[in-house]
Design a protein around this ligand. Structure first.
Ligand code: TAP
Length: 505
């Protein structure tokens, strides 16, 4: 059943029993009338019902986005007006910060600190692109004679944006903010496990004055809704964040209509601790590097290389602090690690740990499902450290996407650079050293989109985020992203007094 026009203006509680999609500025049920339940991974309890979108809903959303792009006001607004509306979105999010945080925690089971940081960054993304788009312009080019050439940046068009479950609101903001800043219209497909904050963000966009059809949020499965969007001839670009296998499939299918594609995929990021590092800082940074967001981060530093001269000291402190990490009520300020997103992800994580065990590795701490008082029906895994591994092992080569780190000893710089680069992935990397020359030298040699030097985290709005190799291509979170949501049009004019007769006849 279609929503009424009045619903467009109505602000609802963020926490509610039922979440509809956002299509053409309205809350909409699925064409099939079907819903599904989302669960709180910390408790295993249902959170709410969500419209179960279908191809028909994806079609309606693409039509709305196409119409808004081809005939609507948004791409034609002066850039300052779009910027003002992006800032309005940010200010509504800020005013409803606590509600957004609560909803994100219920939907993902992540800790309060993680959710707060991610909602805050989502807000800052809109503010960042409100500013960045104003300075994103074409050029006037030096050409000879009576010619004049300038370029204009024009929005790419209708963008399908498919996002994962690990950072639901942040990923939605990373996608929506630059696209609409550039004048595109979007159809966002959130992960089925965590659609709630993306839906609410779509509502906030409408409330802030984004015209109907510009931001559409369609829930439903990746295999049906996601795939339909990727293959749709009226979609101009696909921006995807998710696993490498799905990214490859999307790239292949999007090629049939030669869509623009950006892919932010998986990772297996190296974390190198040199013998001259500040050991305490490296321990704290490595702890955060792997266990933040319960290890469910694409740029999790999951391969830890420690120089042999400081290995024992480092490991003693690293293991001790890992054992102190607190799992528990995600809303409690003192909780460090939240839940794992689902039972199936928990089993995947444990499968990797078991494979390491079978390959002869040592599980130094963790290595099993965690029992958390009061949360017996939730999905929890112990922070896990694995040693005695080598680069042939599955747990060292493949992305685990959980709170599991493999640790290796190294003896020299050349060797560790080689080990760090011995991966199909190339997203994040970290270096711990007091030697500036070494940091610069190693940073240059690492095959990854991001290098963190003595720094526990990877990005702020403004810093490029994206991968080398099978971690994908394209950069998000930065000014360069705007290039990926725009085409460059070159206008060449002739101002000579004599007409040009190129054929001379
Ligand atoms: P995926 O299974 O790849 O799912 C990501 C999104 O794609 C979901 O919305 C999913 O829908 C949809 N999808 C699944 N199959 C599809 C298909 N055939 N066509 C179109 N869409 C499809 O990943 P995930 O398990 O949610 O997330 C974990 C992965 O994302 C990890 O590998 C992680 O490294 C990566 N990740 C990367 C980054 C960056 S920035 N590089 C950031 C976060 C996560 P359903 O939910 O309905 O299946």
């Amino acid at each position: 059943m279609s929503a009424t026009k009045e619903q467009k203006l109505e602000q609802m509680d963020m926490k509610r029993d039922m979440y509809q999609m956002i299509i053409n500025g309205l809350r909409e049920d699925s064409a099939s009338g079907e819903t599904y339940a989302t669960y709180n991974p910390a408790t295993g309890e249902p959170v709410a019902k969500v419209a179960k979108g279908t191809k028909e809903d994806a079609e309606r959303a693409v039509e709305a986005a196409r119409n808004a792009f081809d005939h609507g006001k948004w791409p034609r607004y002066p850039v300052g007006k779009r910027a003002r509306i992006l800032n309005k979105i940010a200010s509504i999010m800020r005013a409803r910060f606590n509600e957004l945080v609560e909803l994100e925690i219920l939907d993902t089971g992540k800790s309060l600190a993680a959710a707060q940081g991610q909602v805050n960054q989502a807000i800052e993304d809109f503010e960042f692109y409100a500013g960045a788009i104003v300075g994103h312009r074409g050029s006037v080019n030096n050409i000879p004679g009576a010619f004049h050439n300038y370029t204009e940046k024009e929005p790419v068009g209708v963008c399908a944006q498919i996002i994962p479950w690990n950072y639901p609101i942040m990923m939605a903001a990373w996608k929506i903010a630059p696209a609409i800043a550039a004048g595109c219209t979007v159809v966002v497909k959130p992960a089925s496990l965590t659609p709630l904050t993306a839906i609410v963000l779509g509502e906030i966009c409408v409330e802030a004055g984004v015209p109907e059809g510009v931001v559409n949020i369609v829930t439903g499965s990746g295999s049906e809704v996601g795939n339909y969007l990727v293959e749709h001839p009226k979609v101009d670009k696909v921006a995807f964040t998710g696993s490498t296998p799905v990214g490859k499939d999307i790239m292949e299918k999007a090629s049939h209509t030669l869509k623009r594609v950006t892919l932010e995929l998986g990772g297996k990021s190296p974390n190198i601790v040199f013998d001259d590092a500040d050991v305490d800082a490296a321990v704290d940074g490595s702890l955060f590097g792997i266990f933040y967001n319960t290890g469910q981060s694409c740029e999790a530093r999951s391969r830890l290389y420690v120089h042999e001269d400081i290995y024992d000291e480092f490991m003693e402190k690293f293991v001790e602090k890992t054992k102190k990490l607190k799992l528990g009520n995600p809303f409690d300020k003192g909780t460090h690690l939240g839940a794992i997103i689902s039972r199936s992800q928990l089993e995947t994580i444990h499968g990797y740990v078991e494979s390491a065990r079978e390959d002869g590795a040592t599980i130094v701490t963790g290595g099993k499902e965690a029992k958390v008082d009061g949360y017996e029906k939730g999905f929890w895994y112990e922070p896990t450290i694995i040693t005695d591994v080598n680069h042939d092992m599955k747990a060292v080569r493949e992305e685990i996407f959980g709170p599991v780190v493999v640790v290796m000893k190294f003896s020299d710089e050349k060797e560790v650079v080689q080990l760090a680069n011995d991966s199909d992935y190339g997203l994040g990397s970290a270096i711990w050293t007091k030697d500036h020359a070494r940091a610069t030298r190693v940073a240059k040699q690492i095959q990854a989109g991001i290098v963190m030097v003595n720094c526990p985290f990877s990005a702020f709005p403004g810093t490029p985020f994206g991968g080398y190799k099978q971690s994908g291509f394209g950069r998000e979170l930065c000014v360069e992203t705007l290039d990926l949501y725009t085409e460059t049009k070159s206008v060449l004019s002739y101002f000579g007094s004599k007409p040009i007769n190129m054929f001379g006849i």
